[in-house]
Design a protein around this ligand. Structure first.
Ligand SMILES: Cc1cc2nc3c(=O)[nH]c(=O)nc-3n(C[C@H](O)[C@H](O)[C@H](O)COP(=O)(O)O)c2cc1C
Length: 213
C-alpha cells in the first residue's frame, strides 16, 4: 500500500452516524478487524484490556438504550466494547510472564527480572492509576481498529457516549474484572449518511505540530 492510498483511506474514514442495517461484515472481515486489534502495542505488552464482540440484535438494543439511544448501536453489524482490566496484580502479571515464556521458549527463571519490574510498577501506583493506565491502553487499540478498518473500507464510529455502569451491568463485565471504556460499532455507511460527506475539521499543520527542526 503506498502512502497516498493510506492517506486516502484515513480521509475516507469518518465517525459514521448512519449505518446501513442490511449490510453485514463477512466472517473474514470481522476476523481481520480482531486480528488488527490484537496487534496493537501495549505497555509491557501486557494487554490490560479485553474486547467484547456483540452481534446479537437484542443485546445491541440494550446497548443502544445505555448509549443515549445512538442509532449506530443497532444499525451497525457488530459492536466492539473495549474494556479495561480492573485486576492488574501479581497473579495477572504472572500469567502474562508465563505466556511470554511459552511463546518465546524463554525459561521463567530468565523472565524473573522482567516479572519483578512489572510487579513493582503496579505496586508503586495507586489502584486508580493502574486502572487509568489500563484504560489508556484500550484507546490505543481503538486507534488500531479505526485505521485497520479504514484500509479495508469497513465503517466505524468511536463512541464514549454511553453509561459505563449500565454497559458493565448489561454485559456482566464486573464478573470478568472488566469495565467498559469505549464502544466501536463496525459496519457499512448508509447512502443517507451526511456526516461522512462533510469536510473534515482539523487543525492546520502549523497549529498542530510544534516543529523544532
Ligand atoms: C474517544 C471518542 C469518543 C467519541 N464518542 C462519540 C459518540 O459517542 N458518538 C458519536 O457519534 N461520535 C463520537 N465520536 C466521534 C467524534 O465526534 C469524531 O471522531 C470527530 O468529530 C472527528 O470526526 P471524524 O472522526 O469523522 O473525522 C467520538 C470520538 C472519539 C475519538
Amino acid at each position: 500500500m503506498d502512502t497516498n492510498t493510506i492517506l486516502a483511506s484515513l480521509n475516507w474514514r469518518a465517525a459514521i452516524k448512519n449505518f446501513d442495517p442490511t449490510k453485514k461484515l463477512t466472517a473474514e472481515q470481522l476476523n481481520f478487524v480482531l486480528q488488527a486489534a490484537n496487534l496493537a502495542p501495549s505497555s509491557y505488552g501486557f494487554q490490560p484490556y479485553r474486547i467484547v464482540v456483540v452481534g446479537n440484535q437484542a443485546v445491541k438494543e440494550k446497548l443502544k438504550a445505555a448509549a443515549y439511544n445512538q442509532a449506530q448501536l443497532t444499525d451497525a453489524d457488530q459492536i466492539l466494547v473495549l474494556c479495561s482490566l480492573k485486576n492488574t496484580n501479581e497473579q495477572t502479571v504472572a500469567a502474562y510472564i508465563k505466556l511470554i515464556s511459552e511463546t518465546r521458549q524463554i525459561s521463567l527463571e530468565d523472565l524473573q527480572g522482567q516479572k519483578e519490574r512489572m510487579i513493582n510498577t503496579v505496586k508503586n501506583q495507586t489502584p486508580e492509576r493502574v486502572n487509568q493506565w489500563a484504560a489508556q491502553q484500550a484507546y490505543l487499540v481503538l486507534g488500531f481498529i479505526l485505521a485497520a478498518c479504514a484500509t479495508a473500507e469497513i465503517d466505524t464510529c468511536p463512541m464514549e457516549g454511553f453509561n459505563p455502569a449500565q454497559v458493565d451491568e448489561l454485559l456482566n463485565l464486573a464478573d470478568k474484572n472488566l469495565t467498559a471504556k469505549i464502544i466501536c460499532p463496525l459496519g457499512f455507511r448508509a447512502a443517507s449518511d451526511t456526516y461522512s460527506k462533510m469536510k473534515k475539521v482539523r487543525l492546520s499543520q502549523n497549529e498542530l505540530f510544534i516543529n523544532l527542526n
